[in-house]
Design a protein around this ligand. Structure first.
Ligand code: NAP
Length: 319
């Protein structure tokens, strides 16, 4: 009997080919996630699950999935999965670090540049016919070169962003759970306690996972410490930032600009206050969205799944 697997969305054709050659896979056919009841029903019967960050893999679902041998997430962040519940049942959880690090760091830098130089507003200005002449003080932004970049979470993506920042002669400051001594040596990065980092950064970029400790890490009291022209970049997870506090800080000019690839809630509803603010640039969670990165992480998710089904250690296990 081949293994039965449920996949909560279509993968790339390479990854689907590899998966289909190994097991009996059922793919959720829509672009939007399966409703929770469907996910629950499908997962009850299968040996393996490939899921995305939009799928709530909670304790109830894990307990009901009697045959489940492995959970393989196509993403590095796993805040949608109850890891404790999986561990209680001895089910390994796979994820896809490393292969999306550079794509996400590139997108982070795109957001830094776009927010600092107000690219969203400038594109609208030209497209809407407001471009009458060259204006000395038209659409002024902030310098990226030479700015103080504050990185929160000096892990894989934080480091990749720091290396890119070196090319822009930025001063690299950071706060993280543990010191990154090799990055301090390699790039002259300076470790600071969070309150000091907030005070000194011109551009603050978030690269922590979403956990109980990091939820709401940036809120009202953190915005109060930041520079009035400061730019907040978030390509980590939306809930690391208190969204209401962000809207207030942007409206009051407590900070200058926000560039967000991730939001809370997600997707951000079309009538959300953030869209009405000229100093907020919002992307629909496309951090790792390059053809190469997405194909590679889909293939790695399949490798994790196959290893789990065979009772082997996963190539990239969360726990
Ligand atoms: P990582 O290598 O695990 O880096 C996370 C860093 O955050 C680590 O250095 C970690 O410290 C630090 N950290 C954890 N908890 C902290 C806390 N409470 N306070 C301060 N620092 C803390 O992960 P990564 O691969 O860089 O990915 C980071 C996150 O980016 C992912 O979890 C995911 O949510 C997000 N992401 C988003 C996209 C997107 O499409 N926008 C794409 C990829 C990833 P230690 O070194 O002590 O562990």
């Amino acid at each position: 009997m081949p293994f039965n697997v449920f996949v909560t969305r279509h993968l790339t054709s390479d990854a689907e080919e590899k998966l289909n050659a190994f097991c009996q896979a059922e793919f959720w056919h829509k672009e939007t996630p399966p409703p929770y009841e469907v996910l629950l029903e499908k997962t009850k019967k299968v040996d393996g699950l490939i899921c995305l960050l939009t799928d709530p893999i909670d304790r109830h679902l894990i307990q009901e999935a009697e045959n489940l041998k492995v959970i393989s997430q196509v993403a590095v962040g796993v805040d949608n999965i109850d890891l404790e519940a999986a561990s209680d049942r001895g089910i390994p959880v796979g994820h896809t670090p490393d292969l999306l690090t550079d794509a996400t760091a590139d997108l982070t830098f795109a957001l830094i540049l776009a927010a600092a130089r107000r690219l969203g507003e400038a594109v609208d200005y030209a497209r809407e016919g407001r471009w009458q002449t060259w204006g000395l003080t038209t659409l002024l932004g902030e310098d990226v070169h030479g700015a103080a970049l504050g990185i929160i979470g000096m892990g894989r993506i934080g480091r990749a962003v720091a290396r890119r920042a070196r090319g822009f002669d930025m001063q690299i400051l950071y706060h993280s759970r543990s010191r990154a001594l090799e990055i301090e040596g390699e790039l002259g990065a300076v470790y600071l306690p969070l309150p000091e980092l907030l005070k000194q950064s011109d551009i603050l970029t978030l690269h922590v996972p979403l956990t109980e400790e990091t939820e709401g890490l940036i809120g009202t009291s953190q915005f109060e410490r930041m520079k009035p022209h400061a730019i907040l970049i978030n390509t980590a997870r939306g809930a690391v930032v208190d969204t209401d506090a962000l809207v207030t800080a942007l409206k009051r000019g407590q900070i200058g600009y926000a560039g967000l690839d991730v939001t809370d809630p997600e997707p951000l509803p079309p009538d959300h206050a953030l869209y009405t603010l000229p100093n907020a640039l919002i992307l629909p969670h496309i951090g790792s969205a390059t053809r190469t990165a997405r194909n590679n992480i889909a293939l790695l998710a399949v490798d994790n799944l196959i290893a789990g089904l065979q009772g082997q250690p996963l190539p990239k296990a969360v726990q």
